[in-house]
Design a protein around this ligand. Structure first.
Ligand code: SF4
Length: 343
């Protein structure tokens, strides 16, 4: 039972495609179908926060990814149900496996034949070069996502590189992201970054700016410990830190805040920001606090990944829908603005 005949789908996608029973807290249904290639062997990489890592301390059957089970279902059924139920976007996630590139290409082609929704590929950069990226584009993929995850070379090395006997390299990830921009165009490549892997705020902010200059969208994820991974007992970032970084990232990308305007303390934490009308408007819009994800055909965010980094009933880390007035009141409190803004 493995790819290409079968794929894993996120539990949220499984529920909305009726492969699994369930309902969504606050009706936060997914508007993107997230598919992951499935193989009998674990991923060949060894990232310390990931549930698919090679040296994870649990039985392979218990593997989970982003804390929840990813049911394995026949690829043909998924394609047929997606065409029947519709969705805003479809994402194919590669893993580091010898067959992953070939299987991804075949899956993208079959998905595009039904023309259900635009397709993103969340790639495994160590399996790619320019000609493969061109082949994925020609097969019908419109966007490329890269899970860089670590916000600096230092954190990458510690969590994904030689320190954990992993095969991945920071330089190669950047090379593939920049090549993907050349092939797919500015605005069609995104980079997943996880807050809470041991980076400083300054490292995260500097990487967001570097990505912006390269024409790559930064998508922020909030670390949540995965059972059985090396980081199973690590703490999540505090809500105040998470909210402030969401806000800063949004303002930097909208060019409503310059790197030089952010004051950092000696530990590299954001210490203060200039108060501005743009900052107030951004908070009131709720946009900085919504999930960062690839858009649907209408240009609005489609990949909303409900409950990707928090459980139903806990504070939403990223809102999979437009936050309501009561949500925004909470967000304002979580930001602790009086300690943050300077006149
Ligand atoms: S944001 Fe969603 S659709 Fe886009 S690459 Fe990431 S997981 Fe895939």
């Amino acid at each position: 039972v493995q790819s290409p005949e079968y794929v894993s789908i996120s539990l949220a996608s499984a529920i909305s495609l009726r492969f699994a029973p369930g309902r969504f807290y606050r009706d936060a249904a997914p508007t993107c179908a997230n598919l992951l290639l499935a193989y009998d062997q674990p991923c060949l990489a060894n990232c310390s926060y990931c549930g698919l890592a090679r040296e994870r301390e649990v039985q392979p059957d218990d593997r989970s990814f982003i804390r929840v089970p990813w049911p394995v279902v026949p690829s043909g059924d998924v394609i047929e149900r997606l065409a029947r139920h519709g969705t805003g976007r479809i994402c194919v996630s590669m893993v580091t496996h010898a067959r992953a590139y070939r299987d991804t290409l075949a899956l993208v082609r079959s998905l595009r034949e039904t023309d259900t929704a635009p397709v993103s590929v969340l790639v495994a950069p160590n399996l790619l070069d320019r000609s493969r990226l061109e082949e994925l584009r020609d097969a019908g993929a419109g966007m490329i996502g890269v899970g860089l995850d670590a916000a600096s070379a230092r954190v990458f090395e510690r969590r994904r590189g030689r320190s954990v006997r992993g095969p991945l390299s920071w330089a190669n990830y950047w090379h593939v992201m920049e090549t993907a921009v050349a092939v797919f165009g500015r605005g069609n490549v995104n980079c997943h970054l996880v807050l809470g892997l041991g980076e400083t705020d300054r490292e995260m902010v500097e990487t967001v700016v570097r990505l912006r200059e390269a024409g790559i969208a930064a998508y922020l994820f909030c670390f949540y410990p995965e059972a059985g991974s090396r980081m199973a007992r690590a703490r999540r970032p505090s809500l105040v830190r998470w909210r402030r970084l969401q806000l800063v990232k949004h303002l930097l990308e909208a060019r409503q805040l310059a790197l030089e305007d952010i004051a950092f303390d000696p530990a590299g934490r954001v210490a203060s920001l200039p108060a501005s009308a743009a900052l107030e408007a951004a908070i009131a819009s709720g946009l900085p606090f919504m999930t960062d994800g690839c858009p649907g055909e209408d240009g609005a965010m489609a990949c909303n990944r409900p409950f990707g980094s928090y459980r139903p009933g806990e504070a939403f880390r990223d809102y999979p829908f437009q936050p309501e007035a009561a949500d925004l009141e909470q967000v304002r409190r979580q930001l602790r603005l009086t300690g943050l803004l300077r006149p």
